[in-house]
Design a protein around this ligand. Sequence first.
Ligand code: AHR
Length: 311
Amino acid sequence: LLAGVVALAPVAGFAADLTIGFSQIGSESGWRAAETTVTKQQAEERGIDLKFADAQQKQENQIKAIRSFIAQGVDGILIAPVVATGWDEVLEEAKDADIPVVLLDRTVDAPEDLYLTAVTSDLVHEGNVAGQWLVDEVAGADCRIVELQGTTGSSPAIDRKTGFEQAIKGHDNLEIVRSQTGDFTRSQGKVVMESFLKAEGGANICALYAHNDDMAVGAIQAIKEAGLKPGTDIKIVSIDAVPDAHLALANGEMNATIELTPNMAGPALDAMEAYLADGTMPAKWIQTESKLYTAKDDNQAVYEMKKDLGY
Ligand code: AHR
């Protein structure tokens, strides 16, 4: 410090001209679009200069963006990691530069000391809730299930599969007969569901488990085009609770969805600001809620309430 210059201690809770880099996966789903909108809103409300980078679903683009944030000397970095592996090196680089990293909505297979905290749902639990809902729904009847997986290698695809399988284990009436990735997109959800219907015959499929609502909505279209009634001929359970899923629930075309809040940035920026202000260490995992919605809920009302949130 220069002689005579008084160092001001950072004031807790005050975002003093913070610059935060945000490496977002892309815009594969309605949920992802909402997360981007909410993150930008949260940054603006706090007076944070948010540097946003859309990786177009590619990890290499995320790594490039993170390196660029480090080179620019940002105060902190938010990362929604597209896949779970391959992050150690770039996270080490951020750590060496003393830049805290907060993970949003997905987890990584990297040592915990390489990031400040992760704001995610319990992804295994979500799969578990979906599986348990189906176990209860079919009440012992035989049920052949098709599964639309999320992006291969992503933590939600891995964990939501695990959780669902755990829930149906020991229920011999339930069987996953086909399982394939639909990459969390509406278009792939439709294409893959068409192939399931062709391979199995619609009448032989009792239920669809989709790792997100967008794939379920695409699949609903495929089921209709095959002359079947989604939600009746084929039961549908998925994850996110985006407005279109509430609409499908209200119309009887879907049966259940588990809510994932798009507001990961609120808790993430709280943790980041507190850490940057006075070194407060957050919990290593900040868990968001997972609420089950079924046709019993007032889905029309929830749709109206959610549709302006930027989905
Ligand atoms: O990581 C969260 C998942 O990613 C959401 O469930 C899905 O819609 C998104 O693309």
